[in-house]
Write a protein that binds this ligand. Structure first.
Ligand SMILES: Nc1ncnc2c1ncn2[C@@H]1O[C@H](COP(=O)(O)OP(=O)(O)OP(=O)(O)O)[C@@H](O)[C@H]1O
Ligand SMILES: [Mg+2]
Length: 311
């Protein structure tokens, strides 16, 4: 049992149940049902206008749902909002910061509105997001990346079970994106926080998240596990190759990967390699009677929903 499984026994942190948002006869979010587990970085991936921000606005209670319900740690945001929102830290669009105050001043201000935030906790989160050196400076002197870090520090100050970030990497440089990714993953995997993060960038989501949901036109298309940045690369297309039973062992050997069962071989390859694999088998004297795509990679699906425009 891995860490995520162990923690999930406590039940999902977020439960979307048939959530829709309709404005002026237009369905912006369409019957969304989804669970987010403790200790996972969950990506909400979709092109511009897919409904990510609308979903997040409903999740934090900034706008109401037209139908359905969302539960946070088992508490309904419709009927038990105060208790549900207690478990949440969020940055929706831009972090809300006072630029005339220091970073520390902002955190102190926020801490006063919450119970149980000690000075030690403030120092801990400042160190966690790497702002110790600049925390006494006025926020107006901060770069975009530093504001983002301060926003995250503020959002996690009260140890929320759920951290929600809407497109947090917007405007960050590659180094900033990497650091954000590292501390979001640490927060999830070491502290068990569920991190719900949206983006329109596939590559970024694949590196940052444990699972990714693809959303388009307000509809959930697919939820997939991804490898994160410690795995051996991105999710691949899974194909089933059919041929004569006796050749299975040879086929596996020729391809160097896969799992042979009777006359079937299931392999995970790049979608673009399907023709090449077929040619290699034929070359090796193994007649292929069929190739069937079992599971498309996240990239294949995302390219399909975005009409082939790569992030
Ligand atoms: N208040 C509103 N009234 C009417 N339509 C709205 C409203 N807010 C959002 N929309 C529409 O809902 C759709 C989803 O918008 P949303 O902001 O949720 O998308 P998004 O996935 O966050 O996109 P982006 O990647 O550009 O941030 C868009 O078509 C948008 O024009
Ligand atoms: Mg948005």
């Amino acid at each position: 049992m891995n860490q995520t499984d162990a923690k999930s026994s406590a039940g999902p942190v977020v439960r979307f149940r048939e959530v829709s948002k309709i404005i002026g006869g237009k369905t912006l979010v369409d019957n969304l049902t989804l669970d987010v587990q403790p200790g996972e970085v969950f990506g909400f991936l979709g092109p511009n206008g897919a409904g990510k921000t609308t979903t997040i606005r409903m999740l934090v209670g900034l706008i109401s749902m037209s139908t359905g319900d969302i539960q946070i740690c088992g508490k309904s945001i419709t009927t038990d909002f105060e208790n549900a929102i207690e478990s949440v830290g969020a940055i929706v669009e831009n972090p809300e910061l006072y630029s005339y105050m220091s970073g520390y001043g902002n955190l102190m201000q926020y801490a006063r509105m919450r119970s149980n935030v000690s000075k030690e906790r403030i120092d801990e989160v400042v160190a966690f997001v790497g702002l110790t050196e600049r925390i006494q400076d006025k926020v107006r002197t901060y770069s975009l990346g530093m504001r983002q870090r301060l926003g995250v520090a503020q959002a996690i100050l009260h140890r929320p079970k759920l951290l929600i970030l809407d497109e947090p990497t917007n405007g960050l440089d590659p180094q900033g994106i990497r650091e954000l990714r590292d501390y979001l993953r640490a927060l999830a995997h070491k502290e068990g926080t569920a991190v719900f993060v949206s983006s329109h960038l596939l590559t970024e989501m694949e590196l940052m998240c444990d699972r990714v949901a693809i959303i388009q036109n307000g509809k959930l298309i697919e939820v997939q596990k991804v490898q994160g940045d410690t795995g051996e690369g991105t999710e691949k297309t899974e194909v089933e190759v059919e041929f004569e039973v006796g050749d299975a062992a040879i086929a596996v050997q020729k391809l160097g990967a896969g799992e042979a069962k009777g006359g079937h071989l299931v392999i995970r390859i790049e979608h673009s390699d399907i023709a090449k694999i077929n040619a290699r088998l034929v070359e090796a004297g193994i007649p292929v009677s069929g190739i069937r795509v079992l599971k498309r990679s996240l990239e294949d699906q995302f390219l399909e929903v975005t009409g082939g425009v790569k992030s």
